[in-house]
Design a protein around this ligand. Structure first.
Ligand code: HEC
Ligand code: HEC
Ligand code: HEC
Ligand code: HEC
Length: 485
């Protein structure tokens, strides 16, 4: 982004040269705050004694400003205020959430022309960032003061973004369609820049709960301008998602990627169903039902209560064998049957099991729709297999290649879980549980998470990275060599 800062620098000097008395005359000689000075930028040169010093130019990261414009709550991890944005209320705009009522993009738009009834910000292109900064601090309207929600640097980055990074989006997308997009070239760009995290078909991470999943293709088809925004700046709080501006993409390249992404699938029933099997209320982002699942009282050996009693896996097991498998003894023992035989059932029969037709106490229909049952059915029909073909009773893995597993781990999992798998702790300080711990203690559970992902987390699903069963076996073999504490 060096070129950007240099541009800002030049602009500042030009402004000073033209408005030497008006703009710079009263400027105090204080330097910009240290954290605002980029290491690549020297502080202002000391002016000749006869001339007053130039006003401090705003220095910051206009691309970060683009992510803040999208969602500063995400990017900065700050709390959403308790009340609706008064400007939203005053404008009588359509119902929305408190969070959305404060997000710049929700009022000013992905095309920067303003979402009705709000004004656009295109008029501010090239404006002195100091003037924009003032607007963000409420100079034109006290309700447009964002200084309580973010620090000076974030406001500065936003001002630089508005002044420097806005484009006429109609050069790339018109009426939701990319102009002359070449999907074949888009496929190459997507493969080079996106598949590591999103998978070859863009299905590895769902952006929404599993009862209304959303993938890159969903966004390309429903709001191509939003996709353009994400392509240009990346995703708030996902530092490793690339920025097309950083990559030097042309308008044509953006159009190509959007055209390709629009052709990708928008659903992945097997992995969605697998996360629902794991913990459906986390997958849906809802509270678990009150009390115990009605069938729970028919057993006494598993003494857990509440939410966990509603999880499919708690009754049927990570090995899908119920009483005939890992949950045949120990604290998880319930005596409930497995579902291995259900893998050959039709959607209609599986639905009859899930909506209470077969057993009135095995009724999930007040929590799930027919679509959710179809997701569970897709998972059961494909993934419910006897894992003893590749996981031994003593938890060792059959026929894995740890060296290849390490390659897979390094290419995807390491980013979040760390070199040794210890960056994320799923347990607590007393009893830590790491990547390696789950692989060693419960390879059946590890298999599920590695293939379908973790409910409610933006973690890629191995199946949708295009990984095969052998790949997962290799990954598990390597994962078992990582530290467990
Ligand atoms: C609730 C809707 C709303 C949100 C959210 C919002 N603005 Fe505004 N913005 C307005 C309105 C209305 C104006 C017009 C004048 C005013 O109220 O200051 C405006 C004016 C502006 C202007 C000056 C536009 C002009 O006319 O030249 C800029 C720049 C701007 N906003 C940037 C931002 C940024 C950056 C954010 C996010 C931190 C943001 N706004 C969030 C509603 C909003
Ligand atoms: C380093 C991993 C990584 C790479 C590479 C990556 N992304 Fe992402 N992307 C993510 C993550 C993580 C999210 C956030 C998902 C969430 O929070 O739900 C995300 C979010 C998104 C979103 C939008 C989500 C929303 O909330 O609306 C889109 C669209 C997207 N990515 C497209 C792409 C495209 C296209 C590429 C290639 C140009 C790409 N990503 C490259 C990791 C990545
Ligand atoms: C509280 C424990 C419990 C929970 C939670 C639970 N089940 Fe069951 N499930 C059972 C019991 C017990 C049976 C057998 C009931 C019967 O024979 O009438 C069963 C039967 C089944 C069957 C039929 C198996 C066969 O081979 O006939 C399927 C399929 C099934 N469950 C899937 C699920 C799914 C999917 C979930 C999660 C949405 C789930 N179950 C949640 C206890 C549970
Ligand atoms: C974008 C970040 C990210 C990436 C990449 C990622 N994970 Fe995760 N993973 C998470 C998060 C977040 C959690 C949940 C942490 C928690 O529950 O505290 C998690 C949890 C897990 C868990 C255990 C969950 C539990 O509760 O026991 C396993 C197993 C796991 N990940 C495997 C993998 C594998 C295998 C890969 C590579 C294919 C991978 N992860 C890649 C973010 C990631």
């Amino acid at each position: 982004m060096k070129h950007k800062s240099q541009l800002i620098w030049l602009t500042a000097l030009t402004v000073c040269a033209i408005l030497i008395i008006a703009a710079c005359g009263q400027a105090t000689p204080t330097a910009a705050p240290t954290e605002a000075v980029s290491p690549t930028n020297p502080p202002a040169a000391t002016p000749p004694p006869t001339e007053p010093p130039p006003a401090p130019a705003l220095v910051g990261d206009s691309l970060r400003g683009g992510k803040l414009y999208d969602n500063f709550f995400e990017e900065l991890a700050v709390e959403v205020p308790a009340q609706m944005n008064p400007q939203w209320v005053a404008a009588n705009a359509e119902d929305t959430t408190i969070e959305k009522s404060y997000r710049c993009v929700k009022c000013h738009g992905w095309d920067f022309n303003g979402n009705k009834p709000f004004v656009g910000v295109m008029a501010d292109v090239g404006k002195d960032p100091n003037a924009i900064l003032d607007i963000l601090k409420g100079s034109t309207n006290k309700d447009h003061d964002y200084s309580a929600l973010m620090d000076e640097q974030a406001l500065t980055d936003l001002a630089l973004f508005i002044s420097n990074e806005l484009i006429d989006t109609s050069a790339i997308v018109v009426d939701g369609q990319p102009i002359n997009g070449d999907a074949a070239n888009g496929k190459t760009l997507f493969g080079d820049n996106c598949t590591d995290c999103h998978g070859p078909e863009g299905l590895a991470i769902s952006f929404h709960p599993d009862n209304a999943p959303e993938y890159p293709a969903t966004i390309a088809n429903e709001d191509a301008l939003e996709l353009l925004g994400k392509l240009r700046f990346g995703q708030p709080n996902v530092p490793d998602m690339p920025s097309g501006i950083d990559n030097g993409w042309t308008d044509q390249e953006y159009a190509d990627v959007i055209a390709y992404v629009a052709t990708l699938p928008m659903a992945s029933p097997v992995t969605e169903g697998g996360r629902i099997y794991d913990e459906w209320f986390a997958a849906f982002g809802v509270e678990a039902p009150e009390g115990d699942q009605p069938l729970w009282k028919t057993q006494t050996t598993n003494t857990r209560t509440g939410a966990v009693t509603w999880r499919c896996k708690e009754c049927h097991g990570w090995d899908y064998k119920g009483v005939d498998g890992r949950y045949g003894s120990g604290s998880h023992q319930t005596g409930f049957p497995g579902i291995l035989n259900a893998a050959t059932m039709s959607l209609a029969d599986l639905t009859a099991w899930l909506d209470g037709t077969k057993n009135a106490d095995h009724n999930f229909s007040s929590h799930m729709t027919a679509d959710d049952f179809a997701r569970l059915a897709a998972f059961i029909q494909k993934d419910v297999v006897d894992k003893s073909a590749f996981i031994n009773d003593d938890k060792t893995i059959v026929g894995g290649d740890a060296a290849h597993g390490k390659q897979l781990f390094d290419s995807v999992c390491k980013v979040c879980h760390g070199e040794d798998g210890k960056t994320l702790n799923f347990g607590d300080d007393q009893e830590p549980e790491y990547f390696g711990t789950v692989a060693a203690d419960n390879p059946w559970e590890f298999f599920n998470k590695a293939t379908v992902g973790v409910p409610g987390e933006a973690m890629p699903a191995g199946w949708n990275l295009g990984w095969t069963l052998q790949d997962i076996i290799d990954l598990m073999t390597y994962a078992q060599t990582l530290p467990t504490k």
